[in-house]
Design a protein around this ligand. Structure first.
Ligand SMILES: O=C(COP(=O)(O)O)N(O)CCCOP(=O)(O)O
Ligand SMILES: [Zn+2]
Length: 313
C-alpha cells in the first residue's frame, strides 16, 4: 500500500532500526527497489530530487511530479509492503508545491544553506502548508561536507549541526523528521582520509529532539561494485563511501532514514557495462537493463538487512 513516510519512520524510530531512502530517476530503478522490498519484506521509501523530477518530466515540473506519483502509486497499490514517495532536497517553493499537489507522501524543504533563522522560517512555512493536507516534512540543519581530521574545530562548528539549535528548530517548526549534518557528503568521493562521523553530535540531537533522523550522503560505495565497473572500463579512482560498521553505529545513535543514491547508480552502471561488453549483439532494452536492475536490487537488499528493516514491513 501507498503510505505516509512518517508512519514508516515513526515505527523505525520507536523500534530502533533504519530504512533506506532510495532515489529514482527512471522506471528501471523503481523496479529494482520494489523487487528488493518484496523479497526482504521491508518498508520502501522512494525519493526523487528536483533534478529527477525535471528529468522525468523532460523539463516540465508538474508532469514529472505527476508521472512519479502515478508510477509509484501503481506499484504501491499492488504490493504487500508499505511504499512512500518523498521529495528529496526541495529547494524551490514551486517544486515543493507541485510535489504536494501531485500526491507525494512527504517533502524535504532544504534551506540548510541559509542562516538558522531563515532556515527555520522557510521550514515552518512549508510545514504549515504540508501538514494542512496530511503531507509530512523533512528539513536539514548544518551542511553536507566531509569532516577531515586536519580541519580546525571552528570549521566543524560552522558546518555541522548544533544540537541545541536542533531542539529549538524542531519545537518551532513542527518538522516531522530532521537531517542533522554530522560529516557525510553526497556522491562517491566522501572522505579523503578515514571515514568519520560526529556521533556525539548525533546522540545529542536524538536526545534533544526525539524525532526520526535522516542521514544524507550515506552510500557505502562497495569495493566489489567499483572493481566490477572498472573491469569493464569505468574509472572511479578515489571513490570512498560510508563503511557498513559506521552506518550501523549511526542507526544505533538514532538515524532512521538513510539516503542512498550513489550505490544504486554504481550498481546499475556496473551491470550495464558488464552486459553490454558480454552481449555485443543485444539491443533490446528489456534485456540489456536486466543485469543492471539485478545488481541494484541486490545492493538494496543487503542495505535493508544491514539497517535492520528486513521483515519490518
Ligand atoms: O543523500 C543523498 C544521496 O547520498 P549518496 O550520494 O551518498 O547516495 N541524496 O539526498 C540523493 C541526492 C540526489 O540528488 P541529485 O538527483 O540532484 O543528484
Ligand atoms: Zn541528500
Amino acid at each position: 500500500p501507498y503510505v505516509n513516510t512518517k508512519d514508516i519512520l515513526e515505527k523505525a524510530s520507536k523500534e530502533g532500526y533504519a530504512v533506506p531512502a532510495l532515489n529514482i530517476n527512471n522506471l528501471e530503478f523503481l523496479h529494482a527497489i520494489i523487487d528488493a522490498g518484496i523479497e526482504e519484506n521491508a518498508p520502501i521509501i522512494i525519493e526523487t530530487s528536483e533534478g529527477a523530477i525535471k528529468y522525468a518530466g523532460n523539463g516540465d515540473i508538474r508532469r514529472g511530479a505527476q508521472l512519479f506519483v502515478s508510477m509509484v502509486r501503481a506499484f504501491a497499490n499492488t504490493v504487500p509492503v508499505p511504499v512512500a514517495l518523498h521529495l528529496d532536497h526541495g529547494k524551490h517553493f514551486n517544486i515543493i508545491m507541485e510535489a504536494i499537489k501531485a500526491g507525494y507522501s512527504s517533502v524535504m524543504i532544504d534551506a540548510s544553506e541559509y542562516p538558522f533563522e531563515k532556515n527555520l522560517e522557510e521550514t515552518k512555512k512549508i510545514v504549515e502548508i504540508a501538514h494542512s493536507v496530511g503531507v509530512s516534512v523533512e528539513a536539514e540543519l548544518g551542511r553536507l561536507v566531509g569532516i577531515e581530521d586536519n580541519v580546525v574545530v571552528a570549521e566543524h562548528e560552522a558546518v555541522l549541526v548544533d544540537p541545541n539549535e536542533a531542539k529549538e528548530f524542531v519545537e518551532n517548526t513542527g518538522v516531522d523528521f530532521l537531517a542533522p549534518a554530522i560529516g557525510t557528503s553526497h556522491g562517491a568521493f566522501k572522505f579523503k582520509g578515514e571515514a568519520k562521523l560526529d556521533f556525539d553530535r548525533l546522540k545529542k540531537v536524538k536526545e534533544l529532539t526525539g524525532i526520526p533522523l535522516v542521514l544524507h550522503g550515506a552510500s557505502s560505495v562497495p569495493e566489489d561494485i567499483v572493481k566490477l565497473a572498472e573491469s569493464y572500463g569505468a574509472n572511479f579512482k578515489g571513490a570512498k563511501g560510508v563503511p557498513s560498521d559506521i552506518l550501523k553505529k549511526a542507526v544505533k545513535f538514532g538515524i532512521n532514514k538513510v539516503n542512498t543514491d550513489t550505490d544504486l547508480r554504481m550498481a546499475y552502471v556496473a551491470g550495464l557495462r558488464e552486459f553490454l561488453t558480454n552481449n555485443p549483439g543485444e539491443f533490446d532494452p528489456r534485456k540489456y537493463f536486466k543485469t543492471a536492475k539485478e545488481y541494484v536490487k541486490e545492493v538494496i537488499k543487503a542495505r535493508m538487512r544491514l539497517l535492520g528493516c528486513s521483515n519490518k514491513a
